[in-house]
Design a protein around this ligand. Structure first.
Ligand code: HEM
Length: 452
């Protein structure tokens, strides 16, 4: 594993934006327990650019918390470069994945991955998502309190395995699902954020040992898919990402080798399913707790419009962005918001803070989808998918999945609260509802077929 995050950097004595004096362990615990509340208190105290001292970062993590700073971090690639800063996730997503690739190679990789994930290639998945929702809907409609996130994870994992590998065999999908759930679940990825000595493989029962074992299982399955597809004739006519990448050529005419393919595909799967499932869970949970917004959305959908649906997904992504932040590294000594930022410092655009800035969003804590109707947000005030040349490459697929799932569920049932509004917790870089986004779904009298 890279030790870039724990190595004492040469710039340690240099100046950073202001930070709280609390010990590193206290700041880390407060971020994990109340990521939005704690970061907002620092923003109120220090302004839109401040530093956090949290594990596993030595020195400080420079944080951007308004639209101006957000824009600079996301788009000023000469000063703030991507790739290296995501190295913390490399053991999980693959060091050679797009997420972890720095420039100039990054653009080359992106060009290879864009065609299979392009909007027009993606619409063909709508029907599959609908079928999956209908197959899985009975689990949600029991009338009991259900956590939506694990339910949605099953669905989005199935979709991403189809899109990335073209998997259709149910038993193979189940094997993948089991391996990925074991790898991503039970706090396994928290290992990445432990101090370095604790990340090592210290035996099968140690967190590091468990992490390595589960990781190897996922990578082995991926390797098998690559080998099977290389051996199979006719992959040129398939539309999954793996088949398209087998024949794709980079800028210099070279094909991707198996090691590159392995990292690229793992990165897509890892980036693509939890984020989407979390957004679905937050949206249904928020709708359950805001009956006026929910009823307006249901009426609008019944009338055949998707204006409020799109606005609702935007509002959910504003209030509870599934990804907490995007990371960059300072390419040289520079400044942000008038504060010094030393070369090599890690810089994070903290989306929840910009999304809750009262100067950009009146009544920022209120869930009001209609605020997105007929208005464009201030540039870089709403960036749940990041921005600049590293903006999420899966945005079309994610939006298609989220909108289709919501449309199908709301045709069949109405979400109601199943307890208090859940606070957000930080799991790796994902902002998740603390109890899985519980709702109770009340069946509607109108069947989905009747509305078609
Ligand atoms: C609601 C669902 C999703 C959310 C909220 C989300 C959010 C994000 C964010 C914030 C970034 C970082 C952007 C930046 O650094 O500026 C990102 C990058 C990325 N996402 Fe997503 N994502 C979602 C779904 C997906 C899906 C479905 C896929 C795969 C098909 C995917 C693949 C990626 C990849 C490969 C990157 C790295 C892009 C690069 O570095 O060039 N994401 N995503």
């Amino acid at each position: 594993m890279s030790d870039a995050f724990t190595r004492e950097p040469s710039w340690a004595p240099r100046l950073f934006p202001p930070a709280a004096r609390a010990p590193r362990a206290v700041q880390t615990a407060r971020m994990l327990l109340d990521p939005q509340g704690y970061a907002r208190s620092l923003r109120r105290r220090f302004g839109p650019v401040f530093s956090l001292r949290t594990f596993p970062y030595r020195g400080a993590l420079v944080c951007a918390a308004d639209a101006t700073a957000n824009r600079a971090v996301l788009t000023d690639h000469k000063r703030f470069t991507g790739g290296d800063a995501a190295g913390l996730l490399a053991p999980a997503v693959g060091a050679g994945s797009l997420i972890c690739t720095p420039p100039p190679l990054h653009l080359d990789h992106r060009k290879l991955l864009l065609p299979p994930l392009h909007g027009s290639r993606i619409t063909c998945w709508t029907q599959r998502v609908r079928e999956l929702v209908h197959a899985e809907l009975p689990d949600l409609l029991s009338g009991d309190s259900v956590p939506v996130r694990p339910w949605a994870q099953r669905l989005t994992l199935d979709v991403i395995l189809r899109v990335v590998f073209g998997l259709t065999d149910p038993s193979r999908t189940a094997t993948f699902r089991q391996a990925l759930n074991a790898f991503v679940g039970m706090g396994n990825l928290a290992v990445l954020f432990l101090p370095k000595p604790l990340r090592h493989d210290l035996g099968p029962l140690s967190p590091g040992g468990r992490f390595q074992r589960l990781r190897a299982a996922v990578r082995e399955l991926t390797r098998e898919e690559i080998a099977a597809r290389r051996a199979a004739p006719g992959h040129a006519h398939r539309d999954d990402v793996l088949s398209m990448l087998l024949d794709a050529r980079g800028e210099h005419g070279a094909r991707l080798d198996d090691a590159q393919l392995l990292d690229e595909l793992t990165g897509l799967v890892m980036a693509g399913y939890e984020t989407t499932a979390t957004t679905i869970a937050w949206t249904l949970h928020l709708l359950a707790h805001h009956p006026a917004a929910r009823d307006a959305l249901v009426s609008d959908l019944d009338a055949g419009s998707d204006r409020l649906l799109k606005a609702t997904v935007k509002e959910s992504g504003r209030l509870r962005p599934a990804v907490y932040n995007a990371m960059r590294t300072a390419a040289h000594d520079t400044e942000l918001g008038g504060h010094p930022v030393p070369q090599h410092a890690f810089v994070a655009a903290l989306f929840p803070l910009t999304h809750l800035d009262p100067e950009l969003w009146p009544q920022p804590d209120a869930f009001r989808p209609e605020r997105h109707l007929d208005t464009d947000p201030v540039p870089y005030s709403l960036t749940p998918f990041g921005g600049g040349v590293r903006r999420c490459i899966g945005v079309s697929l994610a939006q298609l999945e989220i909108e289709t799932v919501l449309r199908e569920i709301l045709a069949a049932a109405v979400p109601e609260p199943a307890g208090p509004l859940e606070p957000a917790r930080l799991v790796s870089v994902t902002l998740v509802p603390s109890r899985g986004g519980r709702v109770r779904l009340r069946r509607r009298r109108l069947s989905p077929q009747a509305r078609l």
